[in-house]
Design a protein around this ligand. Sequence first.
Ligand SMILES: Cc1cc2nc3c(=O)[nH]c(=O)nc-3n(C[C@H](O)[C@H](O)[C@H](O)COP(=O)(O)OP(=O)(O)OC[C@H]3O[C@@H](n4cnc5c(N)ncnc54)[C@H](O)[C@@H]3O)c2cc1C
Length: 485
Amino acid sequence: MYNVVVIGAGIVGALTARELSKYNLNILLLDKEMEVSNGTTKANSAIVHAGYDPYVGSNKARLNVEGNRMFGKLCHDLDVPFKKVGSLVVAFSEEEMLKVKELYERGAANGVPDMDIIQKERLKEIEPNISNDAYGALWAKTAGITSPYELCIAACENAACNGAHIKLNTKVLKIDKLDDGFVVKTGKEDYKTQYIVNAAGLFADEINKMLGGEEFNITPRKGEYCLFDRGQGDLAKHILFQTPTKMGKGILVTPTVHGNLIMGPSSENIDDKYDLSTTDEGLAKVLAQGSRTINKFSRRDIITSFTGLRASVEGGDFIINSPTYGAVNAAGIDSPGLTAAPAIAKELVSMLNQMGLKLEEKDFNPKRHKPKSFRDMTDEEKAEAIEKNPLYGRIICRCETVSEGEIVDAIKGPAGARTVDGVKRRVRAGMGRCQGGFCMPRVVEILSRELNIPYMDVVKDNKDGYIFTGRLKDKLSKGGEADDK
Ligand SMILES: Cc1cc2nc3c(=O)[nH]c(=O)nc-3n(C[C@H](O)[C@H](O)[C@H](O)COP(=O)(O)OP(=O)(O)OC[C@H]3O[C@@H](n4cnc5c(N)ncnc54)[C@H](O)[C@@H]3O)c2cc1C
């Protein structure tokens, strides 16, 4: 019998499992996907928001500001990049400056420290490439950027090293209530547990229903992005927001922690929780609106586009409640959910504690160490790494200088990579300009060898994401068409 089953290995579930792993508890983290961080956590703006945006008194306001305070230490402990670059909400008219003032006041009421309203000259000084049409801005110095999927992976690794069990490829289909807990039914095994955490992202409404909670619906809201090559990241020094209007928050432009530039997201309610497609119209809107803020970017340096789906609920606030005794919901966790996640995790554990979960502290190691990437090593360090493991001498991804040794370590590590994108998110193979054009077949080869599975069974990021549909030679020898699939 588990003490707690956490459903969903996104940032909320991962940090909750880690928080629980501080105590003498038997914990199981479940996800339907083949990789951790394969839901919304893998595709968002990666911003650690300051907290002036959410309405005063909301769950979002409280947990955003608290989460922001926790982020620096969390990323330090988990060895994940976090840069406090600060954010600017840029106004393009006198009227928009009034909105900027409103955001400043809301931020102050929410307890956001280190904010300033600045005028055009100062704005130009600190953000030299900003459009000449900019009037002024709200400067929030506590905002930052991180790598959401790296943080999620690190939290899962750290939770696993502290005793939490992780089972992937395991979809929760039904939950039965017992007198002393629950049975969580999956397509494979059933798991008995005293307590449940529902951190199922876009599908938290379905898990809530299985738990018999008061019903709510999650609507996926699509956000499309353009990602620019490294080098373009220098165009923006801060996270650059536009002033929110009745039409929405506008398009942001920001550097990433790895030196790229990102522009987006669009905002469109859709029906399909699995629709991660990008569209010509969506991306055109992103580029047109983004160029209001900074117009010096080069479209030729766009290396990829992607979509993230916000889990939006009526009312717009996070739903943090108990659907039934012994279970807690973290639902409707759209933006600023990444920022708020460390605070949400603490709150969920405290709610379980109030329902009777005993929290007896144990010897917990908060630290997770990520080996230095080959790319960042000095020549001496590279020579030493190759001496210890010759696989470090074989470069697989030339754009990002990723060695075979790093890829093998990423597969063998705790909560290790199982898919091509899992490798990519751990060591950046395929993240560069060619987007895996050259290295993907070699990454497939390594996954096949290390996981001892046929080459053909290696997938991109989920069980339906087949890369190969057959051997050309086999098809031709059978007299079939080479392109019949
Ligand atoms: C476009 C966009 C931009 C954003 N920008 C920011 C930002 O800059 N800053 C910020 O703070 N926040 C941002 N957010 C919000 C942030 O990304 C989310 O709040 C956060 O990632 C949600 O994490 P989660 O763990 O709740 O959900 P997820 O990451 O979606 O994880 C849920 C997990 O549950 C699993 N699951 C679902 N159903 C089942 C089942 N039946 N059985 C087993 N497993 C199941 C899924 O596979 C998934 O892995 C943004 C979101 C979007 C979409």
